[in-house]
Design a protein around this ligand. Structure first.
Ligand SMILES: Cc1ncc(COP(=O)(O)O)c(C=O)c1O
Length: 388
């Protein structure tokens, strides 16, 4: 089996821990165990026996997760090591070599990488930036064939922070239902919507929908490595069969904390913290974009810890990211890792004390002769390529 390099993760793991100002993350600055548990719970945690537990997740944790959805039970949920493992198990349990899937791009690309590696034919449909990164349902209708097994979407989206309207979600459901195929949504940024109420999960709208989620992004707890899949019980069971072959279980300590942070009141408190950090930082970013509008533009994100910034100079995004890192000590993610040159992704979940000087340094680079001369690209801001 050949698998393409997951360049998004690789470039981050090479540099995010060694750069003075890391603005490459997509989540919210993490919380500590002390922030989450009271003294009794901390004592209880210290006494916890570090056994294996259930290979699909403790029943009580799965029930707590099931309560996030309408009329779901513990059997409709499997707990995984991060949402990354949830996506992996989803691919391995639902897809077969020779199947087709339809994917909206840009997105996190983990599912695309695994699907291609096992011989699935991946059809991509670009989100439309001019329409606020909306989905193109007409294109979807044309792309679905008799071989299509699954439609998958990242909602809220990594990297754009766009969210699907309820109408758009229902339109996706209509197409999936019409063809009797699976509809998957990676919802790991759900709950961080900056305006309005938290929208429903795709799982609450369609009987053959399956959702990936976890505690790493909107919930600001990536170090717990807790994720899950929620969907039809028989497909969750198939994912469980594969989990026995991979990581066996999640960590007992993480499951203990996960069950507490997913209680409605604490979950809401954590999400409110996330949203307040994101709102403040987004305002800062938008001011910076305005001040640098000769160089950059942005469709402001509606959720998630990142913004996908477009720039109008003829400089490759990977080269730009490395220049900013080596010359200015600031690390942003190049659009190249999404197959979209001419953009960079910047984390807005970082502490303000990080983002503010980071933006200042990027601004300094934009005013430098080195960057100013590279303006051939101005006025020709079309995405260079699709991941295909
Ligand atoms: C859309 C999406 N899904 C899944 C993941 C994996 O996250 P984790 O395994 O930390 O939950 C990421 C990480 O960036 C992501 O952006």
């Amino acid at each position: 089996m050949k698998i393409e390099e997951f360049s998004l993760e690789r470039i981050q793991s090479l540099f995010e821990n060694v750069v003075p100002i890391n603005l490459s993350d997509s989540g919210v600055h993490p919380m500590s165990v002390n922030d989450l548990l009271d003294q009794n719970e901390i004592e209880e945690l210290l006494e916890l026996e570090l056994g294996y537990g259930w290979t699909n997740g403790a029943v009580s944790l799965r029930s707590t997760i099931a309560d996030l959805y309408n009329e779901r039970s513990a059997d409709d949920v499997i707990v995984t090591n991060g949402s990354a493992e949830a996506n992996f198990l989803m691919v391995m349990s639902l897809l077969n070599p020779g199947d087709e899937i339809v994917v909206f791009t840009p997105n996190y690309l983990q599912i695309v990488g695994w699907a291609r590696a096992i011989g699935v034919d991946v059809k991509t449909i670009p989100h439309n930036e001019n329409a606020g990164w909306e989905i193109d349902i007409e294109q979807l209708q044309k792309s679905v064939s008799g071989k299509t097994r699954l439609i998958t979407v990242c909602n809220p989206n990594n990297p754009t922070g766009a969210t699907l309207s309820l109408d758009a979600m229902n339109a996706l459901v209509d197409v999936a239902r019409q063809h009797d195929i699976y509809l998957h949504a990676d919802e790991v940024y759900k709950g961080s919507e900056l305006a309005g109420d938290e929208p429903p999960s795709i799982v609450d709208l369609y009987e053959k929908a399956i959702a990936t989620n976890g505690l790493s992004k909107a919930m600001a707890l990536p170090g717990l490595r807790i994720g899950w899949l929620a969907g039809p019980a028989k497909d969750i069971y198939a994912a469980w069969q594969r989990k026995d072959y991979t990581s066996i279980t999640t960590s007992t300590i993480s499951e203990y904390i996960a069950e507490r942070v997913l209680q409605p009141a604490l979950r809401q408190k954590i999400l409110n913290r996330s949203k307040s950090i994101l709102r403040e930082n987004l305002a800062l970013l938008v001011d910076w974009i305005d001040a640098n509008s000769d160089t950059v533009s942005l469709v402001p994100p509606k959720a998630g810890g990142m913004a996908f910034v477009r720039y109008n100079r003829d400089v490759n995004s990977t080269d730009l990211a490395h220049k900013l890192r080596t010359d200015k000590g600031v690390f942003v993610l190049p659009g190249d890792v999404y197959g979209l040159d001419g953009y960079f992704r910047i984390g807005i979940g970082a502490p303000k004390s990080h983002l503010e000087p980071g933006l200042e340094k990027i601004g300094e680079y934009f005013s430098s002769p080195d960057f100013r001369d590279l303006d051939k690209r101005r006025g020709a801001m079309t995405p260079s390529s699709d991941p295909d």
